[in-house]
Design a protein around this ligand. Structure first.
Ligand code: SAH
Length: 223
């Protein structure tokens, strides 16, 4: 998936109009944070999926990216990002589940440093290559099991998890700064909710936001 050749294919104008329609749709669905809307507006989602799916890429839907995984629905990317940043500016964010790199690209427009972890090697390689072609150099990737977080760069202002564990992983909470925020889907496949976890001096506050549907967070073992 070469960025240069996709541009030559003439997607440019069409996609900027389609992207504006997507932004309108996100506003209708309740996304208010202008920084988040701008970050989505400037993220070329058509480069993060196979060209065969280009015609649907600015619809507000999740789409397959191979390996039984999906690129997140733009509404969900915007919503999670908005909740993460609602507490104020952040310096460093850990993302668990790089996938296509789309959410990573949106985050990297809003924060100084993004650390992103993925357990499926070919997805990780593809995302890293694309984001370097897009010249987003404030991202560091790692091929590993993100359910254990990434302790070497902790503590984090924010953690965003793109796959659902059955319970909030203690290791991730421990890697937040006091006052740091984690947005994470929690629960079994048909009974999941998005949670906001805020680290406190003595533990954490847990807020349930809304029902969601994510792939499971897989612990132990890489692919
Ligand atoms: N926001 C991404 C969503 C990808 S789907 C996008 O828009 O493309 C969720 C991703 O989480 C998948 O790529 C899956 O492989 C990854 N994942 C699941 N369990 C994981 C784990 N324990 N560590 C790291 N990544 C994990």
């Amino acid at each position: 998936m070469e960025v240069a050749s996709r541009k030559v294919a003439g997607i440019g104008m069409t996609s900027s109009r389609a992207r504006e329609r997507l932004i309108k749709r996100l506003v209708e669905r309740g996304i208010e944070d202008k920084r988040v809307l701008d970050a989505v507006r400037h993220t070329p989602r058509h480069l993060f999926v196979d060209e065969a799916l280009s015609h649907r890429v600015y619809e507000d839907v999740s789409l397959p990216i191979g390996f039984n995984q999906t690129i997140s629905q733009p509404y969900m990317v915007a919503r999670m990002t908005e909740i993460l940043f609602a507490g104020g500016a952040m310096n460093n964010v850990l993302e668990v589940g790089t996938g296509s790199g789309y959410q990573t690209s949106v985050l990297a427009r809003l924060v100084s440093k993004v650390y992103s972890v993925e357990r499926i090697k070919p997805l990780q390689i593809r995302a890293r290559k694309l984001l370097s072609q897009l010249k987003q150099s404030n991202i560091t990737f790692k091929y590993s099991d993100g359910s254990m977080g990434w302790a070497a760069n902790a503590p984090y202002d924010g953690i965003l998890v793109a796959a659902a564990p059955e319970e909030i992983p203690a290791e991730l909470v421990e890697q937040l700064k006091v006052g740091g925020r984690m947005v994470i889907p929690v629960g079994e496949s048909h009974n999941q909710a998005l949670h906001l976890v805020v680290r406190t001096e003595s533990g954490f506050d847990d807020h349930t936001i809304e029902p969601v549907c994510f792939v499971p967070l897989i612990s132990g073992g890489l692919q």
